[in-house]
Structure formats: C-alpha cells, structure tokens
Write a new protein. Structure first.
Length: 317
C-alpha cells in the first residue's frame, strides 16, 4: 500500500453569516506532490489554506493534515509544516542569519542558517539587516524561514510576488529541489506559468468551489481551446481565398493578419505552408500557439477575477 495522503479534505465548508467562503471543497494531496490552488481574488483559496494551517476553524467538513486535525493540533504539528505568507513579519533589526537562528530555536531539529541562506541565494546577505533587504530578498528570506524547521509540508502563498523574472525562475528551481528531497508543497499563485512549471496537479477554485482539478496536461486536454495559427499576408503571390476555403479551422483577418483557430493544427499548418511554398512567398510573423494553462484558467473563471471578494478571501472572520 502507498503512503496515506499528506492532506485530506472532505466537504469543507467555511461560512461567514449567510455567505459561504468555502462551499463543499474536497481534495487530497499526496506525499511529495506539488499542488497549485488557482482562482480569482475571493475564490476561497486563502480561506481554505488557512484552515489547513490551523489559522481558521472550519464550519463543516473534515480536514486532516499530516494525520492531524489542524484546528486542534499542537507543537508537533507546527514543527512539521512551513508557511510562506503573502506579507512578512520579521523583526527589522535582525540580520538575515540572526532571524533564521532566532526562529530556528523554536524547532526541535532546525536546519543550519548558513545552509538555508545558501539554498535561497542570500549567503552574501547573511549579515545584512532585514530592513535593508530588497523586496525580492525578503521573499527569499521568508522561504528560508519556512524551511528552518525542516518541515515535511510547505504552504507557499504567492511566494514569488515582487520577484523579477530571473529571481522567479531561481525560486522555481528551489521548489523543484525541495520536492526532490521529498517535501510536499501546497502552492497558491496568480502566475499561471508558475503553476504550469511547478505543479503536479492544479485545483481551480471559483466562488468557494473547485471547478476543475487535474494535471496541467489533463486540463489542457479537456479544454475546448484551439490552436492558433497566425501570419501576415504576403504583398504578392496570388489570392488566398482558395487556401482559406480549404482550411478546417475558423479564419479571421484584420489589417493583413490572418488568424486560424483550429482543432487540426497539423493539417491546417501544412496547407498554409504548402500554399506559400508553391508560390515562393514567405509568410511574415508565422506563429503557432498552443493553448496554455492561462487560457484554460480564463475559460474556467471567466470575468470573475477580482469580482468575488465579497464571498471569499476578503471576508473578515
């Protein structure tokens, strides 16, 4: 038999008066998995994660994290989880090394501060005070603090907010290294590329419910999104009416640019390229774009992003 799930959630409900911020959510997270929870502001993501961390009480349903009920668990549970919050609360007068040593003293088996600083790319900032660190450096220190107790499970809440693209990719490499060490990660993020890169599975929430679940590839395969073929019409080379009449996909054109959205990209691309080659013309700006996780996400949540705060994460306890 395999290991039991690290996280088990069944019919989870969190209500504030008549409103349900979380409405019957169920999912599991296996050992060593990275699961990304996506959704617009107010979808219930943060509320769900805070219940798993033990920071909020559920209204109904059952939750098990590392075999504990997080609502009643004590120090043993706390020692086995690490949390990266959206905002930092580190004492500004401490140096990066001192912060790790102070926080590490609360755990039975802390990791060495020097090792953590090296892992998150802050070895050269070990003696710099927290107040003098940049926003990106603070987020790296947040991650180091989440790891100081050598946890089995990490909760990462928007961990790369404020990072430049290079720092974000470095952080992705760190998360991949952690999962290679057997850590389990529950991640919330608004960066769809981040979820597609890191997550073994994705949960998409809207209005307190899970509206889609699966690997990024499974979500892409289940979508009605079509491949996009784009090119600019040549200034010479004959009419394209015959070509476009044979294309299987939906054809649109504007200002000399042709867009073909198709479920048969191989056949349609071959037809387009064959037409151009036969006439000795080049198709400027020829591009083929497969649907991305971002396309699927927008298909699932529609115009909800930013419009549901009243029923979800922003509702005061």
């Amino acid at each position: 038999m395999g290991s039991p799930p690290v996280i088990e959630v069944a019919d989870l409900v969190k209500s504030y008066g008549e409103r349900r911020a979380v409405d019957g959510v169920s999912f599991n997270v296996g050992e060593g998995e990275v699961v990304a929870v996506l959704g617009p502001n107010g979808a219930g993501k943060t509320t769900t994660v805070e219940i798993l961390e033990g920071h909020r009480e559920a209204t109904a349903g059952s939750v098990s994290v590392l075999g504990f009920d997080p609502g009643t668990a004590g120090a043993e549970f706390r020692a086995r989880i690490g949390i990266v919050l959206q905002t930092t609360g580190i004492e500004l007068q401490l140096t990066a090394r001192e912060a790790l040593e102070v926080y590490g003293s609360a755990y039975p088996h802390p990791r060495r501060a020097a090792d953590l600083l090296d892992l998150v790319g802050l070895a050269d900032r070990a003696d710099q005070r927290v107040r003098d660190l940049s926003g990106g450096q603070l987020r790296r220190l947040d991650l180091a603090l989440a790891l100081v107790g050598n946890p089995d499970l990490l909760f990462l809440d928007e961990p790369t907010t404020g990072f430049d693209p290079a720092a974000r990719r470095q952080s992705w490499a760190m998360v991949e290294e952690l999962t290679g060490m057997g850590k389990t990660v529950l991640l919330t993020t608004h960066y769809l590329e981040e979820a597609q890169r890191l997550a073994d599975r994705v949960l998409v929430m809207r209005a307190g419910s899970i509206v889609a679940e699966g690997t990024p590839d499974e979500l892409l395969a289940a979508s009605d999104q079509l491949t996009l073929i784009e090119f600019r019409l040549p200034s010479s080379g004959g009419s394209v009416d015959e070509l476009l009449g044979e294309v299987a996909g939906d054809v649109r054109g504007r200002d000399g640019v042709v867009e073909i959205r198709t479920a048969r990209p191989t056949a349609d691309l071959a037809m387009v390229c064959g037409w151009a080659a036969a006439r000795g013309v080049e198709l400027d700006n020829l591009r083929v774009s497969e649907p991305s996780l971002e396309d699927i996400y927008l298909e699932l949540v529609g115009e909800a992003d930013g419009d549901e705060a009243a029923v979800g994460d922003e509702v005061a306890p």
